[in-house]
Design a protein around this ligand. Sequence first.
Ligand code: SF4
Length: 342
Amino acid sequence: MPKDGFGDWREANPSDDPGAFSLPVSVPAAYRVLINAALGTPAEAALRRQVEPSDPEGVVSPNESADPLGEARYLVTPRLVHQYRNRVLLLSSGRCLGYCRYCFRRGYTSRAEGFIGEDELEPVLSYLSSNGEVEEILVSGGDPLTGTEEELRYLLARIRSVRPSLVIRLCTRAPIFAPERLSESLVGFLRGVRPLWLIPHVNHPAELGSAQRAAFARVLDAGIPIQSQTVLLKGINDEPRVLATLFNQLVALGIKPGYLFQCDLAPGTAHFRVPLSDGLSIWRELRRLCSGLSLPVYAVDLPGGGGKYPLSELALIEADRMPNSDTLRVTGIDGKVYTYRA
Ligand code: SF4
């Protein structure tokens, strides 16, 4: 058994064995309700494609990687990634409530590691205690809400006990896949461990059903702020009007759309990636359809560990000038040059 959460897959070439990165198939009950509500409309396919596997998933492109964000480079304990100066990412669980077929962390989630145990948590707490420059922790995975309520309470309470003012970001797809997990009881607990933000992953307006809206309302009513993330996905939400509807509806619920991400270079996900030139056109149209409040930052995680790069108008103009307009070659957070090719 490998010693750390990422394990030995990070050295592997995914094109040698695409099967090694195959995700479980799981469509949560709440998501089935959304699919049934969308039957016969374009939204039905948009929802199904996110969770139902298809043949192209078995095809690995040469530019794809087992660790597309280069996170393994920044592991400081088997479960903790420290890439940015003031924040760390905790791999709290390798499991998810449902499995997104475009998963950027599929090299990890395909291994389905369980919820973080005591022996893995201790070095995390020790690192947090001795690194005062860390101001935020992203509790991610997989999905932290795959843990039992007891496990999640224990984890967050221990983090809070060593760092009383650390900002916790709870990164989860639970409000969409399993809104019942955000029960009054759990939300009441989360209220008590603030400062805490909920960071849900939401991709389509049809994902905002009544149960999902009620879960968001419970969180907001508890005084917990929410900032969403969306992945730009071919054939799912690559229409400016679909995205604008999503972002405007999120704002109406009290949620700030944070990021619109280019799809990462994870194994077997080429069929989901929108070319940069198309992403540019979509983003330009979104600027017309959204207010400053509802418009998220359009960004890419530079492959290999270069960090988040905002695809600002200037960067996209530079990309347009390149011989292949779907190649972005820019400087990452560490001063090195990185190339993203959709
Ligand atoms: S919820 Fe996140 S980590 Fe889990 S399968 Fe979806 S994208 Fe991957």
